[in-house]
Structure formats: C-alpha cells, structure tokens
Design a protein around this ligand. Structure first.
Ligand SMILES: [Ca+2]
Ligand SMILES: [Ca+2]
Length: 209
C-alpha cells in the first residue's frame, strides 16, 4: 500500500493545506492560526463558544505562530534572498514551511529535539487521538480520530497497521506514548518512502501541485 516514491512532499502538502492553511490561500498567516485556535477551543468545549477558552487557545497558538514566523521566513539569517520578490510579509508559504522542516530534520535527532511548537502539537494530537483516555493509541482511537477529521476512514485500518513495528504487534498492536513520539518524529523528518510515521497524522492524499 505504501508508495515507493518519495511521499514526503505529498504528506506535508496535505498537512499544510488541511491542518494549517485554513482559508486555503496557499499562505500560513496569523489569521489561519487564530481560526485553528477557535476550532480547537470549540472542540474542547464540545461545540460551545466560551470566550475565556477561546482566548486561551488564541494565546497558545499565537505563541506557535510567532515561533514559526521567526524560524521559517527568509528574514532569518539561515535564508538567502532567493524568491523574496514574491513574498508576502507576515506569511509563510509551503516553500518556507518545507525549508523550515528541512532545518528541523537536520537539527533534531529525536522527538525531544523538535521545535517546541511541534512538540506542543504532538501533545495535542496525542490527547485528541487517545479517545478512551487510557494513555495509549489503539486502532479504534485512530479510526475515530480519522473520522472526526474528515480523512479517508476506509484507509484507517491499513494505515494504522502500516505504522506497527514487530514490537508493537507483540504489544497487542497498541502504541505507547513513546512509540507515538517516535512515529511523530518520523512524520516530520524522514524522507524514507517506507517510514512508518507517515500516517501518524492520518491517511493523506496525493496533493502534488
Ligand atoms: Ca492561509
Ligand atoms: Ca487509547
């Protein structure tokens, strides 16, 4: 089922547009992050809008946005001026995002060394995915997560099975938090076409532009 070509770009394109660029204009902005914060706040309160909860999430994701903008835009010393003519200030393109992730893959050797906002995102993902709150991820948790996020439910069993190592199989096909972190780290950093972590954020579709 896994494609043997480099699926790195495909999964990151899917994630960029589906999870972050909420207005679909091809740029990540503070407004996208605020929309995301509001969605998460309402989800946390089971569909209710509560101003203090929304404010808390806005502040939280605002912090993520500040880190991303500082790290990913060409004004930082790591970037050349190439492509600066079509830049939007205060916005992050997919190319910026990809460069940021390349830097992450060079600098981080494990989950613990990922940038703080990606680790915060990992924590949030784990909490949201662990539907029955037992501190573990099983295929049922994963299926519910995939369904709730309008991803391809028909592929969820296969994608989950793909992520399991022989040790996970011996552990009743259940992912510990440590294994989740390993898969999450692989998702962001591995270019290996068969990297198990490619589905930890859910099944993705081909979005090659
Ligand atoms: Ca946008
Ligand atoms: Ca669970």
């Amino acid at each position: 089922m896994a494609s043997l070509k480099d699926n790195y770009k495909e999964r990151h394109l899917f994630n960029f547009y589906k999870s972050w660029d909420l207005d679909g204009d091809g740029w990540l902005t503070a407004e996208d992050f605020m929309s995301n914060a509001e969605t998460l706040a309402v989800l946390q309160r089971h569909g209710k809008w509560e101003e203090d909860v929304v404010a808390r999430w806005r502040s939280y994701l605002g912090g993520w946005w500040d880190i991303l903008l500082a790290e990913a835009t060409p004004s930082s010393p790591d970037f050349s001026n190439k492509g600066s003519s079509d830049r939007r200030s205060g916005a992050v393109s997919f190319e910026d995002w990809a460069r940021f992730l390349k830097k992450v893959s060079i600098l981080a050797d494990s989950y613990r060394e990922l940038p703080d906002f990606l680790k915060a995102y990992g924590n949030l993902l784990f909490v949201r995915m662990d539907y029955n709150k037992d501190g573990l991820i099983c295929v049922k948790d994963y299926r519910i997560y995939v369904a709730k996020n309008n991803m391809d439910i028909m592929r969820s069993n296969d994608c989950y099975a793909f992520m399991l190592s022989s040790t996970d199989l011996r552990n009743d096909s259940i992912l510990s938090r440590q294994r989740f972190d390993e898969l999450f780290y692989e998702y962001w950093t591995s270019h290996h076409p068969a990297c198990r972590g490619q589905y930890i954020l859910g099944p993705y579709e081909n979005m090659s532009l």
